[in-house]
Write a protein that binds this ligand. Structure first.
Ligand SMILES: [Fe+2]
Length: 448
């Protein structure tokens, strides 16, 4: 998963506001970890998954490294070894502990990570309150980056614990119980004219470096689906031999199907002829109306091929959101987006289309949406100097862009121009599929 860098901060930068924001972000991480025992927080169930306590410690290390070490008078680390243990991937900061072995770090325990967090919290508060507004303004970019970085890890913490709990034979629930199934509905389409459009972050407010610079792109006319592909539609794909027909798949994807035995989305399992889905609420029969989720780019592409459609490019996705009046995930027109504040912890069925409202449903929240765009630098992109420049830029190869946020994304972390990215075969992220067509040749007959 990503890590960013920031342009100028623009929020209010008086100490009271900054401390309040800091405390809100920091306490929310602890709230998410609260239902988890120290044992839950220690397990690493696969190399891509990090233990909960590692997330709690790493985001703390981020503030300690990029804020306190640079600006605290007489700085000494809380624990010298933590710099080695909790550095994620910053090569220029020295050696670090191997990612796949994070589950072997039984000490420090979850409780000691709490001590680390409280120590760094107190020191950050003290630093911020000691500075006048001018000096504080200079720290604004790294503080704001720290807030958004921690929010990224809040989402990852939930995605990761979902996998950890999925491997437990008791199939425990993180929160809540079974939800009522939704009602399947008909797929609609938004026609978009295209032309010369602008994409990328513009104006005020935070963004990661990879959303810049804003630039022009040419779009042929296209159509984009008004909701995500559902489980019911995915079952039809499976029933039609979707995982058995190599002609639907990119070559590398087909190799994965065979090597890893893919025959359904990542968290599905078949028992006595019934497909079940593991969720953060436990394991339940698949709801046909809910969006299909935890599918890789390869699966998303194969589904689109089967359906006689394609995935949207990231510029098409972004421009369609603008055309549909959904620039802001927090605006009244898009309110109700299934982001983390609703605590649904899972994608849910699309609401019925509303007369006069936005056409595109589930645009923000529910599932990160795979696009057909490779994660490459925008024209004129330049990574910031120093270790922080490693946040995003160095991952710009062999990954695909996803847009829109998911049910685990903090609401003020979703953004029109946000570029998430994962490798083509990644399935543990809460990813789903929105179809598009037009503007490019269609490969198969239509199924939807
Ligand atoms: Fe990180």
């Amino acid at each position: 998963m990503p890590d960013p860098a920031t342009p100028e901060a623009t929020a209010e930068w008086d100490p009271t506001t900054v401390v309040a924001r800091f405390e809100q972000v920091r306490s929310h991480t602890e709230l998410l970890a609260a239902p988890l025992s120290p044992e839950d927080q220690t397990v690493q169930s696969m190399p891509d998954v990090s233990p909960t306590k590692w997330h709690r410690a790493h985001v703390t290390w981020f503030f300690e490294t990029f804020l306190l070490a640079e600006h605290e008078e007489g700085f000494t680390p809380f624990q010298e070894q933590y710099w080695f243990l909790f550095n994620s991937y910053y090569e220029s900061l020295g050696p670090r502990y191997a990612r796949p072995d994070r589950g072997l770090v039984t000490r420090p325990g979850a409780h000691e990570v709490g001590d680390y967090r409280r120590n760094v919290d107190a020191r950050v508060r003290e630093l911020v309150e000691r500075l006048d507004d001018g000096a504080l303004g200079k720290l604004a970019p790294v503080l704001e980056l720290g807030f958004h970085h921690e929010q990224q890890h809040q989402e990852l913490l939930l995605m990761d614990i979902k996998h950890v709990l999925s491997r437990n034979p008791l199939q425990p629930s993180y929160a809540g119980g079974r939800r009522a199934p939704g009602e399947p509905d008909r797929l609609g389409w938004l026609e978009v004219e295209g032309g010369l459009v602008e994409v990328g972050h513009g104006g005020d407010g935070f963004c990661f470096d990879n959303e810049l610079p804003r630039h022009r792109q040419w779009l042929e006319p296209y159509r984009i689906a008004d909701r995500l592909v559902t489980n019911g539609e995915w079952l039809a794909f499976m029933a039609d031999g979707g995982y058995e027909r190599p002609q639907l798949w990119l070559s590398e994807g087909w190799a994965r199907v065979q090597a890893e035995g893919w025959r359904a989305p990542f968290y599905w399992s078949e028992h006595d002829g019934v497909w079940l889905e593991h969720t953060l609420h436990g394991t339940w029969p698949v709801d046909p109306a809910s969006p299909a989720t935890h599918v890789s780019f390869f699966e998303a592409d194969a589904y689109a091929t089967w359906a006689g459609k394609r995935l949207p490019t990231e510029a098409e996705w972004e421009h369609a959101a603008v055309v549909d009046g959904q620039r802001d995930p927090g605006a009244p027109t898009t309110s109700g987006a299934n982001l983390a504040d609703l605590e649904s912890f899972h994608p849910r069925a699309a609401a019925a289309p509303s007369a006069g409202g936005p056409r595109l449903r589930q645009l923000y929240g529910d599932c990160w949406e795979w696009t057909s765009s490779a994660y490459h630098p925008y024209p004129g992109f330049r990574a910031p100097d120093g270790a922080i420049g490693e946040y995003n830029g160095k991952f710009m190869s062999n990954q695909m862009v996803l847009r829109g946020g998911c049910a685990l994304t903090p609401p003020d972390h979703a953004r029109l121009t946000y570029r998430n990215f994962f490798p083509h075969a990644a399935r543990w992220a809460m990813s789903g599929v929105r179809l598009a067509d037009g503007g490019a040749p269609v490969r198969q007959e239509e199924h939807s």
